[in-house]
Design a protein around this ligand. Structure first.
Ligand SMILES: Nc1ncnc2c1ncn2[C@@H]1O[C@H](COP(=O)(O)OP(=O)(O)OP(=O)(O)O)[C@@H](O)[C@H]1O
Length: 448
């Protein structure tokens, strides 16, 4: 009996056994439970058939998708007319490496033919997903002359149970959820300093901010909040926040204080001959600050009065200045809102241009998706529009010139309380912010 047959029979046996296991899982010892929780159906059934489909269709697929190249047939010149003889034209497919199973799908490498670039492979990714009956396929080139195909067999964003492996973080890097390929979704503010988060009401914006705060809370980072929806979302984290503004007047005072802080940091860098705070020696480096704004529109909307117009204009200018100056000074913005369009005022378009990182949850209209993603990736706009109401927390985000579907981790009120309790002693005091908030509170108290 050939050994392949033995292996297949064993796999079949294991597959059938596993089907009987599942309902007993909760009563099993922990080790067995962990083993049982692995996606055996995929490993034993789905993966071999996906590999079979890949291998079986590879030649035809690469020919249809223009990824195969032609081998020159032998030819001969006879008489005055040109006559071609020899074997029929044969298309040579690129070399497909051995697919490797992962928890959520498979990974395979492909060697490019000389003269090829990864672009046609990246464009052919949706066709690969259809041809191999996979949920999604992504193609990335990590090495010259080679592309890596990562295919997933199910949508990891719909399965709340799969928590991607967590990696020891760098400062200002926060793993806030997972990507559609089942990997961790990390917002790295050292790479992309400012972020824009849009989405309709109840689409998951505040939950994403909460996940971000929960991830940054254990780090030596000052968190500052502007939550003009009465402070209902960010006040959960108040004791871990270095300052929290719950009204536009407070927000303006905070923004002005942050601009003063930016000027101080500029002076420190200038004196030390450094181009950013990261070039300063560690003992004099100021703590990075992440400013979270929940519902930007609350800062920009005016009720017709002169005071509100002036406040809105000042908030707009201060935010824009922070966006322009902040990255090198360790001042980062994460701005969330339902719509971030020009109807909010002239400054908002300029602010949007400063927010390089984009996250777009479910939106009501194409225009909002275009505002968030359109200038970076056209096809991402389409992907954002098909997010359904049931997919709360699902979003499209742009990463390194491409886009991906992601879902934030659901951070509950209990999670927020726990994070605060564990990290309250890590809250850095920024005297300028404390003074600004005290001054506003005194003024408001005096007016009352
Ligand atoms: N990642 C997630 N996974 C599962 N459920 C989520 C997720 N994110 C949000 N939700 C659910 O969606 C609800 C609304 O989320 P959230 O309050 O973050 O939306 P929002 O966009 O901030 O809404 P609004 O603009 O009205 O404040 C939450 O109460 C939560 O139950």
């Amino acid at each position: 009996m050939p050994w392949e047959l033995v292996v297949w029979l064993l796999l079949l046996l294991a597959f059938l056994t596993q089907a009987r296991w599942e309902h007993r899982l909760p009563t099993m010892p922990r080790g067995l439970r962990r083993l049982g929780a692995l996606p055996w159906r995929w490993y034993l059934g789905g993966f071999p058939s996906a590999v079979f489909r890949m291998r079986f269709t590879w030649r035809r697929f690469t020919r249809n998708a223009d990824l195969a190249v032609q081998r020159q047939p032998p030819r001969a010149l006879v008489g005055r007319e040109l006559i071609v003889t020899g074997r029929a034209v044969r298309m040579i497919p690129p070399r497909l490496g051995l697919p490797r199973p992962t928890r959520d799908g498979l990974v395979a490498r492909v060697q490019l033919h000389p003269g090829q670039t990864p672009i046609p492979y990246i464009e052919a990714a949706p066709a690969m997903a259809h041809a191999w009956r996979m949920h999604s396929v992504r193609v990335v080139s990590f090495r010259r002359g080679e592309v890596t195909i990562t295919a997933t067999w199910r949508d990891p964003l719909t399965d709340a149970g799969t928590e991607p492996k967590r990696f020891p973080g760098r400062i200002l890097a926060a793993q806030v959820g997972r990507t559609e390929l089942g990997m961790g979704w990390t917002l790295d503010m050292r790479q992309v300093p400012h972020w824009l988060v849009v989405g309709a009401t109840q689409s998951g914006k505040s939950t994403l901010l909460a996940s971000l705060v929960a991830e940054l809370a254990p780090q030596p980072v000052a968190l500052v909040g502007i939550d003009c929806k009465g402070g209902m979302e960010l006040s959960l984290f108040e004791r871990r926040l270095s300052a929290l503004a719950c009204s536009r007047t407070e927000a303006l005072a905070l923004l002005v204080a942050l601009l003063d802080e930016a000027r101080d940091r500029m002076a420190v860098c200038r004196r030390a001959g450094a181009r950013s705070i990261w070039e300063l020696p560690e003992h004099v480096r100021p703590v990075p600050v992440v400013l979270l704004v929940d519902e930007l529109a609350e800062l920009y909307l005016v009720d017709g009065s002169r005071v509100s117009r002036q406040e809105a204009a000042e908030c707009s200018t201060a935010l824009l200045r922070l966006g322009q100056l902040g990255a090198a000074l360790g001042l980062h913005l994460v701005v969330a809102g339902q719509r971030i369009g020009s109807e909010l005022g002239a400054g908002v378009t300029a602010l949007r241009a400063q927010l390089g990182g984009r996250i777009c949850h479910r939106v009501h209209d194409q225009q909002t998706a275009e505002m968030a993603l359109g200038d970076l990736a056209e096809d991402a706009v389409v992907a954002a529009q098909v997010i359904t109401e049931e997919e709360q927390g699902v979003a499209i985000t742009t990463v390194g010139g491409t886009w991906t579907r992601v879902r934030s981790r659901l951070t509950t009120t209990a999670d927020a309380r726990e994070v605060v309790a564990q990290n309250v002693d890590k809250t850095p005091a920024i005297p300028a912010l404390v003074r600004a908030m005290d001054a506003v509170n005194k003024e408001v108290g005096g007016n009352d």
